[in-house]
Design a protein around this ligand. Structure first.
Ligand code: 5GP
Length: 189
């Protein structure tokens, strides 16, 4: 997606070699016009898959998921963070290691909002090592729901998540794939 590449090159900030900050348009201040184009692109890429629900994880996935859901006319469910072990049986839980925070967290979704009749598209802002997406897939598996695909705004190809998920046969569509950020220079695949 050329529009997105341009914004990343002009406004993205590389932290170390691994973290890209896109707080100007995606993760803090949000360019809703750009988000609208992202939603349309995901809709085109996953058309015909009979998706009836979109799943993401709080917080930065929610805006992207909502604008995509508007295209599909389906609801969004977002996994909440920070559950402990004592939540009872009403919640599907997964463990996720946060790449940016360097810590484990539990994410959870109420059993009321996801079940065996759901055909789900997972949406997230970044794909690095695949922890967040794997955690969400774990929730779908517990619920007996069908995974139809994974839509990612920015994938970093030099981290292992994309490769591992594609090896498992998951249909991942990343709108932009970064090959390298060595020396602060962003190169796309
Ligand atoms: P993963 O779970 O695939 O290792 O990492 C993806 C999650 O970590 C995303 O939900 C995103 O919030 C965060 N993340 C990973 N890499 C980056 C990055 O380079 N920049 C930002 N802003 N977030 C990232």
């Amino acid at each position: 997606m050329e529009l997105l590449k341009k914004r990343i090159l002009s406004e993205g900030r590389v932290m170390g070699e691994d973290v890209l900050k896109v707080d100007m348009f995606l993760n803090h201040q949000i360019d809703v016009g750009l988000l609208g184009e992202i939603g349309k692109e995901f809709h085109t890429r996953f058309a015909g898959k009979n998706i009836n629900k979109i799943l993401t994880v709080e917080a930065s996935g929610i805006g992207i998921a909502c604008i995509t859901a508007q295209q599909f006319s389906v609801p969004v469910v977002f996994a909440k963070k920070g559950y402990n072990r004592n939540v009872g049986n009403d919640i599907f839980l997964s463990d996720v290691f946060s790449f940016t925070k360097g810590e484990n967290t539990k994410i959870g979704v109420s059993r009321s909002f996801i079940g065996p009749n759901d055909r789900v598209l997972i949406i997230d802002d970044f794909l690095a090592n695949g922890e967040a997406v794997n955690g969400l897939i774990g929730i779908l598996n517990q619920a007996g729901a069908t995974l139809c695909g994974v839509g990612i705004v920015i994938e970093k190809a030099y981290q292992k998540g994309g490769r591992l998920l594609r090896e498992k046969g998951v249909d991942i569509q990343s709108l932009v794939i970064i090959k390298s950020m060595k020396g602060g220079k962003i190169e796309f695949v």
